[in-house]
Design a binder for this molecule. Structure first.
Ligand code: AN7
Length: 382
């Protein structure tokens, strides 16, 4: 009989060849490198530095399906190890950096890239260095970078300034740049498209997502095209990318010098993957559009209340875009739609709570240890 002690530790350095448990009876999701290795353009047999990212839920939205009279699915990327989609590209970027002998890695970030890079650098035993715009990073993301041991450098400037500095550091000093200008990032991030097709049986008709530095839209476009070329999908979706009104360079067609939005994750004025984003739009017959901060926060709040999915403000931008388009008369009837919601709501509770629309009574109340008071407070009385 197998005992717990003989089952051995969970997968680690002594794991089986595929990175799976050396023993034990249950199969754990292996992370995006092992799950899709044959389809990733990475050095052959590269060792995967993984926190078992990917394999995230595709959640059906009854609310949005009802509104559109179509079929709307949410790709919930907040369910990754560091609670954003960035982990998909970080497992590949850090694995390649370590394979190439890097001892330190650097990124510019609006928060999620720094949180993810710091975790994977910790796992790999290399030094994480992050450059972030001073005062514009959600507390949860800052806590992640600090807890994973990063050197956190706050820059008097915006994300675009941070990216310029990160590039210069990597050119002059022995430190590997892992922003999405690094093509290894896109190799990991494209697996989100693969997972969606693997779960739905085909690519959706329309794909909606937020766009900031434009790495994600570029990676999805790669993934959609590759699966279609392999015959695993019969089509590529129409891609619609949404930006915040105050940080909408792709909508305006020119960089924005002073980007501003409550959705700090996408407070970016000059996306590094601009050309790839335009290629995704044009190749898929899609478009870019902007939504206001008020629309983003309303979508965030409604998504949490109606679908049980709590995302950070930037991550609600695709949902806000869908709602805005419906209001404008666009039809999604009979369409199969996937909206990527990119990061978890717990990363930025301050913004969520301060912007929350008051609904009925104050949701928080203080009472004595008294069942009648509890019943009144709960709204159960008469
Ligand atoms: C939650 O962390 O750019 O268009 O430095 O955190 O691929 O940039 C984050 C971007 C959407 C936009 N949603 O994705 C960073 C960073 C969330 C994000 C985006 C980001 P890209």
């Amino acid at each position: 009989m197998t005992t717990l002690s003989s089952a051995g530790p969970p997968a680690g350095p002594s794991a089986g060849p595929a990175g799976g448990p050396a023993s034990g009876t249950r199969h754990q999701w292996l992370g995006v490198i092992e799950e899709y290795r044959d389809l990733l353009d990475l050095p052959t047999d590269i060792a995967a530095i993984t926190l078992r990212e990917g394999g995230t839920p595709l959640v059906h939205s009854e609310w949005l399906s009802g509104l559109t009279r179509g079929e709307v699915w949410l790709k919930v990327e907040g369910d990754n190890p560091t609670c954003s989609f960035k982990d998909r590209g970080m497992t590949t970027a850090i694995s390649v950096a370590v394979h190439s002998g890097a001892r330190a890695v650097v990124c510019a970030s609006t928060g999620n890239t720094s949180a993810s890079m710091s975790a994977y650098a910790a796992k790999a035993g290399v030094t994480p260095i992050v450059l972030v715009p001073e005062g514009k990073i959600a507390a949860g993301k800052m806590a992640q970078a600090i807890m994973h041991g990063a050197r956190v450098i706050m820059v008097r400037g915006n994300f675009d300034d941070c990216l310029t500095l990160a590039r210069e550091l990597s050119e002059r000093y022995p430190v590997a740049l892992v922003n999405s200008v690094n093509p290894d990032r896109l190799q990991g991030q494209k697996t989100a498209a693969f997972e969606i097709v693997d779960l739905l049986g085909d690519a959706p008709d329309v794909h909606l997502l937020p766009v900031g530095n434009a790495g994600n839209i570029a990676a999805y476009w790669l993934g959609w095209q590759e699966y279609a070329a392999l015959g695993r999908a019969s089509q590529v979706p129409v891609i619609r990318g949404f930006q915040a009104e105050g940080a909408a360079p792709l909508v305006l067609g020119h960089p924005v010098a002073e980007p501003e939005t409550v959705a700090t994750a996408i407070r970016i004025g000059n996306p590094a993957s601009w050309a790839l984003a335009v290629a995704a739009r044009d190749g898929s017959g899609g478009r870019f559009a902007a939504v206001s901060d008020a629309q983003i926060l309303a979508a965030q709040s409604e998504l949490a209340r109606r679908d049980g999915v709590f995302v950070e403000p930037a991550s609600a931008t695709g949902v806000a875009g869908l709602l805005a388009e419906l209001t404008a008369g666009e039809s999604y009837a009979a369409q199969r739609v996937v909206i990527t919601v990119t990061g978890h709501g717990l990363k930025d509770t301050a913004t969520a709570l301060s912007s929350r629309e008051p609904v009925g009574a104050d949701p928080t109340q203080v009472i004595d240890r008294d069942v009648e008071q509890a019943a009144v407070a709960a709204g159960l009385h008469g």
